[in-house]
Ligand binder design. Structure first.
Ligand SMILES: Cc1cc2nc3c(=O)[nH]c(=O)nc-3n(C[C@H](O)[C@H](O)[C@H](O)COP(=O)(O)OP(=O)(O)OC[C@H]3O[C@@H](n4cnc5c(N)ncnc54)[C@H](O)[C@@H]3O)c2cc1C
Length: 489
């Protein structure tokens, strides 16, 4: 390829591209990086502060990460794995703050305790089982449990005020939880990338990816026409736009995948007395019969120094894959290779579709009723409805080869073809660092060995489990918490 070829092209300026670019700039400072973004700034889609809930997912409050075991009890291995992943993320941010690549941590991460909150005798019993399964794990040693309304009220007044006396409730509380402004983080990382020589092309939508020798020719629409840029390696970090671009690239690893868009809304309040009553993030359990789209949560947020509460998400259906997308997005991703799994998913998930259509047309008082289950004293006038980001749930194949809706994140890596991409949305931005490190390992197998030492300077626990009470792990946790200005460890 010619001398004008960029070493790495990042498509999309969200948290994933910003994280991958930052890792690469640290490991290979001489590599050229170009970022192509269709909108007029970084972090305007899912990574924007108001388009997600800003939870630093660490398994402290997400009850749906646990799955029932056949003989009784719960399998909590996913909660532990996600907590470990978030420790990788925290270490990376801490290293960047120390070397001046990220600003004062409170600009993007703030201590916000995580609470799991349930109502009704059945849910209380489940929470007790969940707590019993986790409390012996070193990473969850500081988790507290209570079914005493007075104690829960100390954690969050909003959860108990005007609640019917005698209603069974229970909660767990973890002081070291976080609220993250992924938008501010993405912009700060992108600014540093650009300061160090990366080129950010705004208003440039990538429309095609064609093989070009060992690398790729990227076709992008500029404000004045169509241009092409050659690249040795391409990362498709286009969020909801990734599936279509991966399909255009023709890499075999993208075959068979489809996408199912889910739109969302949040209720938000900035009324200070209401916000002050809930200084935590509280996650509940989805009601029985509601398809697995995540539990309701009431989140304390800190964005641009201002505190607020978000409640939701309220899901809905819209065929667009991006907020700034087209109503044809869903149909444009239908291919001979994914039509069978997509039809299976449509047939098997008809209830989900009906639920989403019902939800998007739900009247305001139904949404307020959902909020009052968590915050009984909520008053309509304090709350406004805002649009959240889009999630494109991955449609893949299950172990039996049938089409299945997946709720996680799927890395698509084509090492021989120098291309990688990311599909899916959950647990999302909080796992960007471990996911992008795995991408480096799988997409650059020949180089990764040489990168492990510099990576360990950024992430000291690399390759080791943090779920231990040995001194080295505690020391890393304490040091990271201190640098990031977070409580606990
Ligand atoms: C309702 C909701 C709540 C969430 N809550 C949380 C949470 O609490 N915690 C958490 O960790 N995660 C959460 N997530 C997930 C998280 O927001 C996403 O996983 C994450 O932001 C995805 O980042 P990204 O970089 O992949 O995509 P994005 O941030 O969407 O960035 C993709 C970028 O690519 C650009 N683009 C698209 N197509 C093209 C193209 N063809 N050419 C050029 N540019 C293109 C877009 O304009 C956009 O800027 C939530 C998501 C949603 C929707």
């Amino acid at each position: 390829m010619g001398s004008g070829t960029t070493d790495v092209a990042l498509i999309g300026a969200g948290i994933m591209s910003a994280t991958l670019g930052t890792l690469i700039q640290h490991l290979e400072p001489d590599w050229s990086i170009e970022i192509f973004e269709s909108l007029d700034g970084a972090a305007l889609e899912s990574s924007n502060a108001w388009h997600n809930a800003g939870t630093g997912h660490a398994g402290f409050c997400e009850l749906d990460y646990a799955t029932p075991l056949p003989g009784g009890g719960l399998d909590v291995s996913k909660s532990i794995a996600i907590n470990e992943q978030f420790h990788v993320t925290r270490q990376f941010w801490s290293a960047l703050v120390t070397c001046g690549d990220l600003p004062t941590p409170s600009a993007f991460v703030n201590p916000t305790p995580h609470v799991a909150f349930v109502t009704g005798a059945e849910q209380v019993s489940l929470l007790r089982t969940w707590y019993a399964a986790l409390r012996s794990q070193p990473l969850f040693a500081n988790l507290h449990y209570s079914d005493d309304p007075a104690q829960i009220g100390e954690w969050s007044r909003a959860l108990v005020e005007r609640r019917t006396p005698g209603e069974p409730i229970a909660a767990t509380y973890e002081a070291s939880g976080t609220d993250v402004d992924y938008g501010a983080l993405t912009r700060a990382l992108t600014d540093t990338l650009v300061e160090r020589g990366a080129r950010l092309h705004l208003h440039q939508r990538v429309t095609d990816l064609r093989r070009d020798g060992e690398g790729w020719m990227i076709e992008h629409r500029t404000p004045t026409g169509v241009a092409t840029t050659p690249a040795r390696f391409v990362f498709v970090g286009a969020g909801g736009g990734s599936l279509r671009l991966l399909q255009r690239s023709g890499v075999p690893e993208a075959n068979g995948f489809g996408g199912f868009p889910v739109s969302g809304k949040f209720l938000r309040t900035r009324t200070s007395e209401v916000v002050d009553a809930h200084p935590v993030k509280a996650y509940g359990l989805a009601e029985k019969g509601v398809p697995g789209l995540g539990a309701p949560h009431l989140d304390h947020r800190t964005v641009d120094g201002e505190d607020s509460l978000l409640f939701g998400p309220f899901a809905g259906f819209d065929p667009r894959f991006l907020k700034a997308g087209s109503r044809l997005d869903l149909f444009r991703t239908i291919r001979p290779g994914n039509i069978a799994p997509m039809l299976t998913v449509a047939k098997d998930n008809f209830d989900l579709l009906k639920y989403l259509i019902r939800e998007i047309t739900a009247p305001r008082d139904k949404q307020m009723r959902a909020l009052r289950k968590m915050m009984p004293a909520a008053v309509d006038a304090d709350w406004e409805m805002i649009d959240a980001g889009k999630r494109v749930q991955v449609i893949g194949r299950n172990e039996r080869g049938h089409g299945a809706l997946q709720f996680g994140t799927e890395l698509v890596i084509s090492p021989g073809n120098n291309l990688a991409g990311l599909l899916g949305a959950s647990p999302g931005a909080s796992t960007a660092v471990p996911v992008m490190i795995r991408l480096l390992q799988e997409a650059f197998p020949d180089r990764y060995q040489g990168w492990t030492q510099p990576l360990r300077e950024l992430v000291p626990s690399l390759g080791r489990s943090m779920n231990t009470d040995e001194e080295w792990a505690l020391e890393i946790r304490r040091a990271t918490a201190q640098t990031l200005g977070l409580g606990g460890a």
